[in-house]
Design a protein around this ligand. Structure first.
Ligand code: ITT
Length: 195
């Protein structure tokens, strides 16, 4: 059974592939099919993940898993949230987004934040009952960058219980704790029990 990962983000592909590897699934990247980007017009992680999964499934004819995720900062009322990948503008890269967030929070002592990940599994593009799982990971926005692993906001996401940033964890350690790891383990259980 093949499934397409409906994401253009290489960091997500790396983390999701590692956790899906032990399953009897042939994991395909959407880049193998030249799936064009789709507009993320939803107002929630759930809506955007469904849009991306439906789009990739329609083009490839395969079941699809999509990930919509982001960082919600308490002191910024949940921003950048849904707009995490384009916080510093439509063409922003991870470094631009990190710089802007550190600037916005430069006078802020309240630094609590959480990562969210919604994963959606569609059996086919018209699947009326997608399987949906949500994972959350609490931490703090550090004042400087630490580490070079992971992607996105990992270098400034401080994990108190591990006393390091998410970018200082190995892929396996990050998956063990992260919003994405939690959501994917839950999704795998749901897929197995819906068979
Ligand atoms: P796709 O839509 O193609 O999947 P994207 O990067 O645009 O890729 P999102 O719209 O879901 O995906 O944006 C998620 C952003 O949230 C991502 O680009 C990072 O900036 C941030 N993010 C999500 N998970 C993260 C993680 O595990 N570590 C660091 N940053 C993360």
């Amino acid at each position: 059974q093949a499934v397409v990962l409906a994401t253009g983000n290489k960091g997500k592909v790396a983390e999701l592939s590692e956790l899906l590897a032990p399953l009897q699934l042939k994991i395909q990247a959407q880049s193998d099919f030249q799936v064009p980007e789709v507009a993320e017009t939803g107002t929630t992680f759930v809506e955007n993940a469904i849009i991306k999964a439906r789009h990739a499934s329609k083009i490839t004819g395969l079941p699809a898993i999509a990930d919509d995720s982001g960082l919600a900062v308490d002191a910024l009322n949940g921003a950048p949230g849904l707009y995490s990948s384009r916080y510093a503008g439509v063409d922003a890269n991870d470094q631009d987004n990190i710089e802007l967030l550190l600037k916005e929070m430069s006078n802020c002592n309240q630094r609590a934040a959480s990562f969210h990940c919604v994963l959606v599994y569609l059996r086919h593009h018209l699947d009326p009952a997608p399987l949906i799982c949500h994972g959350q990971w609490a931490g703090e926005v550090s004042t400087d960058i630490h580490g070079a692993g992971g992607f996105g906001y990992d270098p400034i996401f401080w994990v108190n219980e591990l006393n390091c940033s998410a970018a200082q964890l190995s892929k396996a350690e990050k998956n063990q704790h992260s919003h994405r790891g939690q959501a994917l383990r839950a999704l795998i259980r749901k897929i197995e029990s819906s068979k």
